[in-house]
Write a protein that binds this ligand. Structure first.
Ligand SMILES: Nc1nc2c(ncn2[C@@H]2O[C@H](COP(=O)(O)OP(=O)(O)OP(=O)(O)O)[C@@H](O)[C@H]2O)c(=O)[nH]1
Ligand SMILES: [Mg+2]
Length: 280
């Protein structure tokens, strides 16, 4: 993640040459941090050539990010419901399992809903995770209405006093309006039983700028409250996390750093940016 570290080490010691700046611009663009951040950071680098540069750039990035809390706030008096959405293969089901594992570790009573009814394998995948973690999973028949599975899960969660319900949904292309409508329906139907507290969009950290377009369409359909950015282990492209947060004004809450159930971290922007700038 210390993508820019070697540049900052150099820029704070010497004057950056035009070649250095070109090279740095290329690295910024390739990191998917986006055009706005790239321009602002380059301006600072051109202007400021001192020990204070890293600090100024950190300030510039952090002040553009969301000020909303990054933790998932639990509602004490009723079930806290989390809906997990995103395009295909971004890591939704894995992230659902990782969150469940984390909450179970805190001693919470967790219920999962397999509202991805398109493929039998998807239900199996979540059921296997559920068994491993010790969280029951509400399932429906293959090709049944995902909203009805989500409704059943919300009803069970409320009746049996679960503290957390996490609803996994099928991956869908943001350009397929019927599938986006299906998601809106899941939300509407669950909210007949209990409010949805978090709608988390799972973004593959190796996706390019298209991730922002995807997130915008999901935002319109289901009003996202946060992002989970996955596959940041070993990626040099994690800048999309910052670019998407800036564009949508919703916080990155969690980051996925591997395929294992423990590979989920609460996103801490200050540490993230500091690593980006200081580690070579
Ligand atoms: N390296 C790495 N791999 C991940 C991470 N999160 C998920 N994966 C892998 O990405 C692949 C897809 O993960 P899933 O959780 O099945 O993705 P999904 O979004 O549920 O996929 P669909 O339901 O088909 O849309 C799997 O091989 C996961 O192990 C992560 O943080 N890092
Ligand atoms: Mg899945």
């Amino acid at each position: 993640m210390g993508l820019f570290g070697s540049f900052f080490a150099k820029f704070s010691r010497n004057k950056a040459t035009p070649e250095d700046l070109d090279e740095f611009r290329r690295v910024l663009i390739e990191s998917d941090i986006g055009a706005e951040f790239t321009d602002e950071i380059l301006k600072l680098v051109e202007k400021e050539r001192s020990e204070a540069l890293a600090e100024k750039v950190t300030e510039c990035i952090l002040s553009s990010l969301s000020q909303e809390p990054r933790t998932i706030a639990l509602v004490p008096e009723r079930v806290t419901t989390i809906l997990v959405v995103g395009v295909n293969g971004t890591g939704k089901t894995t992230s659902v399992a990782k969150m469940a594992k984390r909450f179970k570790g805190e001693g919470k009573k967790v219920l999962l809903a397999a509202a991805d009814t398109f493929r039998a394998a998807a239900v199996e995948q979540l059921t296997t995770w559920g068994e491993r973690i010790g969280a029951p999973v509400v399932v429906g028949k293959t090709n049944s209405d995902p909203a009805s599975v989500a409704f059943d899960a919300a009803t069970k969660a409320t009746a049996e006093h679960f503290e957390i319900l996490i609803i996994d949904t099928a991956g869908r292309l943001h350009t397929k309006s019927n599938l986006m409508e299906e998601l809106t329906k899941v939300r509407r139907v669950v909210e007949k039983v209990t409010p949805i507290d978090e709608v988390l969009f799972v973004l593959d950290g190796t996706t390019g700028q298209n991730g922002i377009t995807q997130a915008r369409t999901f935002m319109d359909a289901v009003a996202l409250t946060g992002l989970i950015v996955t596959k940041l282990d070993g990626s040099t492209k994690g800048g999309i996390a910052l670019a998407t947060e800036r564009a949508l004004k919703i916080p990155v809450k969690l980051i996925g750093t591997g395929e294992g159930e423990g590979d989920l971290e609460i996103f801490d922007p200050a540490t993230y940016v500091s690593n980006l700038l200081t580690q070579p």
